[in-house]
Design a protein around this ligand. Sequence first.
Ligand code: PEP
Length: 255
Amino acid sequence: MNQRKPFMAGNWKMNLNREESVALVTAIAEEAPDPERVDVLVAPPFTSIATVREAIGNKPIFLAAQNMHWESQGAYTGEVSPTMLLEVGCTHVILGHSERRSLFGETDGMIDRKANSACNFGLTPIVCIGESLEEREQERTSEVIAAQLQGSLRSFRRQKVLPPVVIVAYEPVWAIGTGKTATPEQAQEVHNQIRQWLAAQFDGNTAEKVRILYGGSVKPDNVKELMSMPDVDGALVGGASLKASSFLPILRFYL
Ligand code: PEP
């Protein structure tokens, strides 16, 4: 049995106003599972982060932004820095989500700079990777995943050290928001490949500690099966994290 505590993250994307965000996080905080058993995180839009932080109070819920710039300040119109995220109470930051990659042109190189900067400033990055449907159909999943890992974690590779708090999220693009989930076996196969890659690039101890989340249409009725896989350490949940009625059963997957 591995020592990795399950990690369940809700990515709210560009949804919920501040009032709705407070209502949702309050409902999650009231019913959230034992923090000894599961780590819980929410990622609201930038404009709700401070309000959600206040609503969390001293409840054990981690808070993430959905993106950030790698610099701490400067002439980067429209961007938000790691220090700004820390100031409003973020502990984590989601980086390289497939929507950032495909809709906003983020590259592995940018994600690498962001992930490295996040760690330097004391934020935990959740680095997202995943193949498209076309790449899967062409049986290029392993190659695409390896290339994304190489590029997005390049600075850590150069330093030969990956802080084991870093989280990797495997999100097959064809499963995000589509209702199509990877089977537990498909998820396990890629998660295992990611862990082997981490062991080869860093060391076995790091690979054993890094948590690898699955994302892509995770719902209350498929979470248990996915979480039964040895290398699936948690979930990054989009649509189903927007309502307490669907997110809470996901957080309590082990019951
Ligand atoms: C996501 O956006 O990270 C995601 C996995 O979305 P969904 O759960 O809606 O597929």
